[in-house]
Design a protein around this ligand. Structure first.
Ligand code: HAS
Ligand code: CU
Length: 596
């Protein structure tokens, strides 16, 4: 009997302290989503010339707010909440010290508030503060120092969060020396290892260059260098958003489908591949940048093509797990099993639609990644089309859908209306299908991204399947549906919070069909994978960064690239080493002569 009661305990019953942090993180995330959605609708109606409530000069303030609130605050606050839940749940123990957990949450919240305030201040000229630098914030665009300082604080908070989960894991490891790392914890640790590597570059860029430049301590920076350091981080950050969604697809979606994960070892391989390959590809955002040799771009392209592998493996494993679930529920036939899935469940349908859209988003990613085709779509609205399918749907819709499943367990409150939830995820899908498809089509016509005025005077866009105007209407309707969907999501959640607490909302996750013990032990060797990941980063970036600094100076052209004493020291070193190298060469040549 006591066992039965034990089994019915939900996450919040078992770990009330952790559940509180998870709720705080998720609510911060949804607050950012709300702000981001408001700026999103303003922007979509402005660009398409349907309704203009701001002057075009404020467009970049709106765009920066939309981008930063959506892809930095909404995504990252959600994932720190999710990871806190996943680590605690899968290790089945509380975090090591809840005060540390609240500390990193507070640091992140303070950092994001600083950044957010500096952006929003841009609407008030009297404040003399602005940060219209977009979410890509590299030079030559310059923001108020508070923008960069806030970002640095936010990133430091995320690092402490990672340390919190690693320490909890190490404590668990001491008690379970021979056990395999539970899958969800493994996913969190590999994601965070990747995050430490990736975010180190942007932290360096902010602290060494952008912040001192914005404070006036240095006069200029090397723009190519800050761009390259940004993209060193800017590509892996997309997997920082995606990997939590994958965590949900691998561990939660099969359960909701009524089945089990097909293969735990394959899931581990996927996360290891992301750790290894996410970073040495960032230059694929810079194919059109001058100042980076074509060869480095080519290497980045081939690395990117390898990076498709983990997602293709995911498509296989997740669909196989869902199909297994459908067959468990009595599904038959080649595709007939699709009808035996719980399509009325908003968590299930939302995640499936997110996955379906990711297949399209992944495809447009492959197009982006091809160096020659990239020249056609770079800086066009095709690129926002691509990332609204990936981060804007694969990730955002998965997070919203998962909330319908997780929220009751971290609050003991049932969702206010699951039917509204179902309607909401479908509206998101339809809205995004319209908006994203039209963005891709306009991109091929050459319509630029990042502008309030995409029409040039005296220039007509070629008519494709639909004309420019017709596609604009699709974008405006799509964008409006997305806004409506967000309002429904937030409204449903607020009403859920007003629900009385009940019991019986606990959910458990079934073990995988092929469990962790089927995976070779080396897969759990995080040190090895981090070592290889770092080596690949050095191989991919050492030479391009050295070339960029050599050409444009550490602090831009005309400013010494390094302290004056380094040059004579290097000369002296070279003078000492040259005869030595010559002598070694001679010895080697005579040795070869003797051997041959
Ligand atoms: Fe990307 C630009 C290449 C994935 C986000 N990307 C961006 C930007 C963002 C972004 C934000 O190579 C713009 C940055 C800016 O402001 O300039 N991207 C790729 C490639 C992939 C990729 C090769 N991107 C993502 C993800 C993102 C994201 C994920 C966010 C989360 N991207 C690029 C390139 C650029 C770029 C260039 C620069 C463009 C330029 O010129 O500016 C790959 O990782 C994609 C692999 C994915 C697949 C799909 C597998 C399918 C699956 C579906 C499973 C189905 C299920 C459901 C579960 C191969 C996993 C089944 C349902 C049934 C009903 C059966
Ligand atoms: Cu990328």
């Amino acid at each position: 009997m006591s066992d039965a009661i034990e089994a019915e305990q939900s996450f919040v019953d078992k770990f009330p302290q952790e559940a509180r942090v998870v709720r705080a993180a998720l609510l911060s995330s949804f607050f950012a989503l709300t702000l981001g959605a408001v700026f999103g609708i303003v922007q979509t109606l402005h660009r398409t010339d349907v309704a203009r409530i701001i002057p075009s000069t404020d467009y970049y303030t709106v765009l920066t707010a939309h981008g930063v609130f959506m892809v930095i605050s909404f995504t990252i606050f959600f994932l720190v909440g999710l990871f806190t839940w996943a680590v605690t749940r899968s290790l089945d123990r509380p975090l090591i010290d809840i005060r540390i957990t609240w500390t990193w949450y507070a640091i992140m919240a303070v950092g994001m508030t600083m950044t957010g305030v500096s952006i929003l201040a841009g609407f008030f000229p009297a404040l003399d503060m602005s940060a219209d630098v977009l979410f890509t914030f590299y030079a030559p665009l310059q923001a108020h120092p508070m923008f960069y300082a806030g970002l640095a604080v936010f990133i430091v908070g995320s690092w402490i969060a990672g340390a919190d989960w690693f320490r909890t894991f190490l404590a668990w490891k001491r008690d379970h020396p021979d056990e395999r790392i539970p899958l969800q914890t493994f996913m969190v640790l590999t994601t965070m290892a990747m995050w430490y590597i990736a975010s180190s570059a942007v932290a360096a860029s902010v602290l060494i260059f952008l912040l001192p430049w914005s404070l006036g301590f240095i006069d200029q920076v090397n723009p190519t260098l800050t761009r390259t350091l940004f993209w060193f981080f800017g590509h892996p950050v997309v997997y920082f958003w995606l990997m939590p969604a994958y965590l949900l697809w691998y561990t939660v979606l099969p359960k909701i489908a009524g089945g089990r994960l097909f293969s735990d070892p394959l899931a581990r391989v996927v996360f290891v591949l992301f750790l290894l390959l996410s970073t040495p590809v960032g230059i694929h955002h810079q194919y059109l940048d001058p100042g980076i040799a074509e060869g480095f771009k080519f290497i980045s392209m081939t690395n990117t093509m390898f990076l498709l592998l983990p997602s293709l493996l995911t498509a296989f494993t997740v669909v196989a797990s869902v199909e297994y679930g459908a067959r468990q529920r009595g599904g038959t036939g080649l595709l007939g099993w699709l009808t035996d899935l719980p399509w009325r469940d908003p968590a299930f349908t939302g995640m499936m639609l997110a996955g379906l859209m990711f297949a399209a988003g992944g495809f447009s990613g492959m197009v982006n990644a091809g160096m020659n085709i990239n020249y056609m779509i770079h800086n066009t609205i095709w690129v926002p089309g691509h990332f609204h399918l990936t981060v804007g749907t694969a990730v955002a819709l998965t997070f919203m859908a998962a909330t319908y499943w997780i929220w009751p367990q971290i609050s003991n409150k049932p969702i206010y209306s699951r039917s509204i939830g179902l309607f909401q995820v479908v509206v998101w899908f339809i809205g995004m299908a319209l908006m994203s498809n039209a963005m891709h089509a306009q991109g091929i016509m050459g319509v630029p991204r990042r502008t309030a005025e995409p029409e040039y005077s005296g220039f007509e866009y070629a008519t494709m399947f639909g004309g420019f105007e017709e596609l604009n209407v699709q974008i405006a309707i799509g964008g409006t549906l997305l806004f409506v969907s967000t309002v429904l999501f937030i409204g449903n959640l607020v009403l859920t919070m007003g629900n009385p607490k009940v019991s019986g909302l606990a959910e458990s996750l079934p073990p995988a069909l092929s469990g962790p013990n089927d995976a070779p032990k080396v897969l759990d060797s995080l040190r090895l994978w981090v070592g290889i990941a770092l080596t690949l980063v050095v191989l991919a970036y050492a030479l391009p960064l050295a070339a960029i600094i050599n050409r444009g100076g550490l602090l831009g052209p005309g400013v010494g690239t390094y302290p004056a004493w380094i040059a004579p020291t290097l000369d002296a070193l070279a003078a000492a080493v040259t005869p030595l190298v010559g002598a070694i060469g001679k010895v080697a040549a005579s040795l070869v002569g003797v051997i041959l």
